[in-house]
Write a protein that binds this ligand. Structure first.
Ligand code: GLC
Length: 610
């Protein structure tokens, strides 16, 4: 469908939803249509031709992503161009460049306080450089994702500066109040996102003698989407980014983008209407661009951000619940939690992003109802996980830090790189070969756990070479209070570009990650995984999954989540019709379902097509 057809198809719904948020504002809607037409007519022919296949690329099983900070990976955008060979060799087809738009000067929450949505962070280059990056990577078959911070701007964004100078039009772009009466009403039902480093949800502006809403850091001013002007401006910026040719836009912190007194201002129904509108605008004007939503909330709430078949919202979402289940099962060696995860039916054309680590902390959002049914006390279990990944329990292999520890509730989250959390750092410190081998196997297993699942796997740069925690952030005044910098490390190029000792654990990790990606692609190259089911069996340390592809093939995944040898009794698999001898692909072992049991070594996993 071309622009006009899409417009005819979707404008009825678009209007209906627009008026839900902005009743009677047909003047504003008209302006929005004019804006969409303008963007469409300015869109390059190359992008229009890319638009013809829409967002199909997103659902290809070949899509494998990696997220990275440009400054930490390659210093700048131009140098990033030189590294496309690295990604191709690894099998990457999608790169998420962490915040690259011009941030506020000074402290900026890792770039999530944007001063200008239309310029690039000058530390890494210019808009011209970024366009070159997009062009180069597209020519190499790799897509680009960037962040779009929709909940707030930096306090030195042009709109904020105008608001600070007394311009009422721009004060209305934010939640700004003359005194603290309304802020207090809001606070009565609000929680805190950064209780330690940025307590409260409002900031007093001395020069103006006003209060402004700042859900995150005081320098991140929440945008007021109740104002149709804000919606218009943010739609304009969104389309500006799509017109550069960006393939995926990560919408940051979406649960927060609508606020109502008396609520916790998270996941409100209007947020879904807003996202439905953004989705339709994209579908009409830039259909090859997709939306990745960041909603790190309870499992049942995350999934709602896909929308439904009547109103689609984000094309893809972080599978944060699965990420937490991975770490939970690694600490407990108990596969029941992850096996019993709810299997959600997603609307058409929706895809999970599966991952183990990202730039943020791990918040322990496990399904407490399920924990209770399993006989676990959810609070005690959470404390166990926090201490385990801090490394403070005697038998913990992990080295991490607390994030946002609250001494009153004793609540916390955890920071650390995949390798350090998985035991590599301790093993190296103790120079213990046995622990080193276990850590390597654990790291490989964690990668396999998300790389083989249905959805788009997303690596976190540095994890593929087993990088350890980086303590240098403690020397930086802008970072030292935010332990998430522990796992935001400069990429260790020497592990990749210089010859390494034959037993280098980092090279072993890289080789195994490559092998896993290659296997995934060989298995599924032109066959989308349609269904995925947990195979029920009685060994609680094993996770067994069967996938079926569009070509009616079966892929069997067997993971041992413990450091002990485990047995899978084959008579329990008979009801799934599993019999005969099959070659396992990662190691080439023969798996014989006709024997009594299949033996798996520490953290071993088998992948086989049947
Ligand atoms: C998102 C980002 C996080 C940031 C927050 C505020 O959650 O992932 O790093 O601190 O939004 O923008």
């Amino acid at each position: 469908m071309d622009f006009e057809e899409k417009m005819t198809d979707l404008s009825g719904m678009l209007e209906k939803e627009y008026y839900e948020l902005y009743p009677g504002r047909n003047d504003a809607l008209k302006r929005l249509y004019t804006l969409m037409k303008k963007h469409h007519s300015n869109r390059s022919d190359a992008l229009k031709s890319r638009d013809k296949s829409g967002s199909d690329w997103l659902y290809s099983p070949n899509t494998v992503g990696i997220m990275l900070y440009v400054d930490l990976f390659s210093n700048n955008l131009i140098k990033l161009i030189e590294h496309s060979g690295y990604f191709k060799e690894l099998g990457i087809t999608l790169i998420h460049l962490m915040p690259i738009l011009k941030p506020r000067s000074g402290e900026n929450d890792g770039g999530y306080a944007v001063q200008d949505y239309r310029s690039i962070d000058s530390r890494i280059g210019t808009m011209k450089d970024f366009k070159k990056v997009v062009e180069h990577y597209h020519a190499n078959g790799i897509r680009i994702c960037i962040d779009y911070v929709v909940n707030h701007t930096a306090d030195d964004h042009d709109w904020a500066k105008k608001a600070l100078s007394g311009d009422e039009k721009y004060q209305k772009y934010y939640f700004m109040f003359d005194d603290d009466a309304i802020p207090k009403q809001f606070e009565a039902s609000l929680q805190e996102v950064f209780p330690k480093v940025a307590p409260g949800n409002f900031t007093y502006l001395k020069n103006l003698d006003k209060w402004v809403m700042t859900t995150f850091y005081p320098f991140q001013w929440d945008l007021n989407f109740r104002n149709p002007e804000v919606f218009y401006e943010m739609a304009d910026n969104l389309l500006y980014l799509t017109d550069i040719g960006v393939d995926m836009i990560r919408l940051d912190a979406i649960p927060y983008i609508w606020k109502t007194i008396g609520t916790n201002c998270r996941n409100l129904p209007e947020v879904h209407v807003l996202l439905g509108l953004f989705r339709k605008i994209i579908e009409i004007c830039a259909p090859s661009t997709t939306l990745l939503g960041e909603a790190i909330v309870e499992p049942d709430t995350i999934v709602k951000y896909f929308g439904n078949n009547e109103r689609l919202e984000c094309h893809s979402l972080y599978n944060a619940s699965y990420m937490v289940e991975i770490w939970n099962s690694i600490a407990t060696r108990d596969a029941r939690h992850i096996s019993w995860m709810k299997d959600y039916e997603l609307p058409a054309a929706s895809v999970w992003i599966n991952y183990a680590r990202c730039h943020d902390d791990i918040g322990w959002g496990l399904d407490s109802g399920r924990l209770l049914r399993m006989g676990f006390d959810p609070n005690a279990h959470k404390s166990f996980l926090i201490d385990f990944y801090l490394g403070s329990l005697e038998d913990s292999f992990s080295s991490g830090e607390l994030y946002e520890f609250n001494p009153i509730t004793m609540d916390a989250r955890n920071s650390g790189t995949l390798a350090s959390l998985a035991g590599l750092e301790k093993a190296i410190k103790l120079s213990d070969d046995y622990l080193l081998e276990l850590a390597f196997k654990r790291i490989r297993l964690i990668h396999a756990l998300f790389l083989f699942r249905k959805g788009i796997p997303m690596l976190y740069s540095g994890d593929e070479i087993g990088q350890l925690n980086n303590l240098s952030y403690l020397e930086d005044d802008h970072k030292k209070n935010d332990s998430r910098w522990l796992h935001r490390m400069v990429f260790d190029w020497k592990q990749v570009s210089e010859p390494q000792p034959i037993d280098s654990v980092h090279s072993k990790v890289l080789d195994s990650v490559k092998k896993i990606i290659e296997t995934r692609k060989n298995y599924t190259s032109d066959a989308v995984i349609l269904t995925e089911n947990v195979v029920r069996q009685s060994n609680d340390h094993l996770l067994v999954i069967s996938q079926t592809t569009i070509k009616n093939e079966t892929i069997l995944l067997i993971f041992n989540l413990s450091e002990d040898r485990q047995w899978l009794y084959t008579n329990e698999l008979k009801r799934y019709g599993l019999s005969g001898k099959w070659r396992e692909t990662i190691q080439g072992k023969i798996i014989d379902f006709d024997k009594n049991r299949i033996v798996l070594g520490p953290y071993e996993f088998f992948v086989t097509k049947i």
